[in-house]
Write a protein that binds this ligand. Sequence first.
Ligand code: ATP
Ligand code: MG
Length: 401
Amino acid sequence: MRGFRDVFGADADNLTQLEASARKIFKLYSVAELRIPTVELKELFVKATGDTTDIVQKEMYAFEDAGGRLLALRPEGTPGVARAYIENNFAQTSPVQRFFYIGNMFRAERPQAGRYREFEQIGAEFLGAAAPATDAEAILLLKDIITDFGVKNYSVKINSLGCAKCRPAYRQQLIEFFSAQKDNLCDKCLSRLQKNPLRVLDCKIDGEKFKNSVPKQQLCGACANHFTEVKNLLEGKINFEADPMLVRGLDYYTGTVFEFLAGASAQNAIAGGGRYDTLIKSMGGADAAAIGWAMGAERVCAARGQNTAAQDKKVFVVCMDQAGNKMAFNLMQTLRAAGIITEGGLFDKNLKTQMKQADRSRANFAIIIGGDEVKNNTAVLKNLQSGEQKTLPITEVATSI
Ligand code: ATP
Ligand code: MG
């Protein structure tokens, strides 16, 4: 099906490695896993993600179940986390909660490189935390994960969207500015001008066109101080650029927003996030400030490419004599018990096929058991890179690798 893929080979390995980096760094930052459902009430996304967003208007897989409930496959993780926070009374458990999730998201978009209909997001949400240090910590958490995974070339943009005090005036200013430019706006921007004028800044066509002339936001004192403090904390720890045109596509953002970019294509956003200080309360929960981000796992993998770090050693056990099958099989289990990655067991195939498979498996060593080895209780250890080989007592194989 278009936009839905089978993931295997190097692509599957890369995703697994990214998840491992993420879990390792989440642990260092003391962020706990939250597994949220794949399906939620459609209403949740309409209310939280926002009904003026592309995600809700055009990209949601929504359906009615047999019981007549209107459901949707999750297009993003934040609404589910916010709902869980409220339903499980997390605010009462502790004033600050830090969660991560790893899971597939669904958006009915036009499939292209880096844009799928089912894709993986790794996300983090810090709830109940209003201090600028939290924003800086969230951004550095994201940086540490992609750095641990091995992404080298990326850039970071940050901005502040202001709050309920300073944003309405800016909205109005933008409506006035763009209303005078109606003839120069694309159809999409014309239709969202009244409802969500900030999104015009995000438009790949009009945003670029009006980059220099559009009025820039004047933050209120509190927002300006907050933003300055975030930038101060990040200084020297990450390279970033403050970009007044960065607005992000979701309705719930307030204050700090940020995006990590890599590559030159239109699908160059590898991760994005920001504050959503009013979302939890607007959903009927506590007055809890929050900040979060999500990375597109496939795009982060593409930004790194193949893993060039040293791989763990691997062996392939070859047995050319039926009489040695049990010995070879036992050796495979001994090697695994010793922590060595072991493949083999093709004992019904001839030597040539087994050796070909050993090469294909990218093992570092082949262990070969033939008639003589069965007789003498030995094995041949062959280094598949250098071709060098030696015969060893079977009991010494595991310690010789
Ligand atoms: P874009 O501008 O590329 O559409 P977005 O603003 O819709 O991205 P977010 O909702 O912020 O994206 O999701 C966070 C991250 O998830 C993005 O930065 C991107 O890496 C990834 N992502 C979003 N949509 C897709 C998709 N359809 N396929 C693969 N990855 C995606
Ligand atoms: Mg999108």
